[in-house]
Design a protein around this ligand. Structure first.
Ligand SMILES: [Zn+2]
Ligand SMILES: [Zn+2]
Length: 251
């Protein structure tokens, strides 16, 4: 793969080619940066591990460093809540995560421990539940495509919070790059969805960034691979996304 990147880099250098952002293709959208996260005095991270899934420590620490950079130094990572689920139930459990009956799929002793752990936690817009799972589909159907990650926001009257989900099998088997590299990108990418970048329509296509040098770029394509040769891996937000995150800070 190194050879392919070198070759692409050489071709582009000779062609004097500059990589333009991805065209908007009718997918232009806009969203708001999450003021609740960017201006939080404290962010609570609640890791939930399903059937032993978890990210490499180095990648997790990296994503927390990036989150701190744009929010607050005061990030509290709570003890991991470990759950054991029937593999056939996992996908539904995740899609029902915010429902009050979600505990019904758990073993009674784990349900009790889960309830006890989560009841003590702050539940607000500055809380991020990070679920690590061995499987995650595009929707409830097990025949729908597998996803690397997912981010959503649940806001019933009684419990607003952010949920980000990571599919260990899909991330560990990312082509070309190492597990740790893949985790760094996906961990930060899903957090970026909750932070609300890209915000402006000018670089937002279906809530992904059009810049190939951005961790919010949708999916690797050859131009993104070529960009890696010039700019390194897109582990952080691009200048436009950074500007939006910084602009949402209350002074
Ligand atoms: Zn995404
Ligand atoms: Zn961006």
């Amino acid at each position: 793969m190194k050879n392919i990147i070198t070759l692409l880099a050489a071709v582009l250098l000779f062609a004097g080619c500059k990589l333009d952002p991805k065209p908007l293709d009718g997918g232009a959208a806009s969203q708001q940066v999450s003021s609740a996260l960017v201006n939080a005095e404290q962010i609570d991270i609640v890791p939930v591990s399903i059937n032993g899934a978890k990210p490499p420590q180095e990648a997790f620490a990296f994503s927390m460093k990036i989150l701190k950079k744009y929010t607050t130094d005061n990030i509290v990572v709570h003890p991991t809540i470990s759950l054991t689920l029937d593999p056939a139930q996992i996908n539904d459990f995740i899609y029902d995560y915010a429902q009050s009956d979600r505990l019904e799929r758990l073993k009674p002793e784990e349900a009790a421990a889960f309830r006890e752990a989560t009841e003590k936690l702050p539940k607000d817009e500055a809380t991020i539940v990070m679920i690590y799972t061995p499987v995650l589909h595009h929707n409830r159907s097990s025949s729908s495509r597998l996803m690397r990650g997912l981010a959503f926001y649940y806001r019933p009257d009684w419990q607003p919070f952010n949920v980000v989900v990571y599919n260990q099998s899909k991330i560990n088997n990312a082509p070309v790059i190492s597990k740790t590299q893949a985790w760094k990108i996906v961990l930060t990418h899903e957090l970026g969805h909750r932070l609300g970048v890209p915000a402006r329509r000018s670089h937002n296509s279906h809530n992904h960034c059009t810049s190939r040098e951005c961790v919010m770029y949708a999916a690797p394509d050859w131009q993104a691979v070529a960009s890696v040769a010039f700019n390194g891996m897109p582990y952080d937000f691009c200048d436009l996304c950074k500007e939006e995150l910084e602009g949402a800070k209350r002074l």
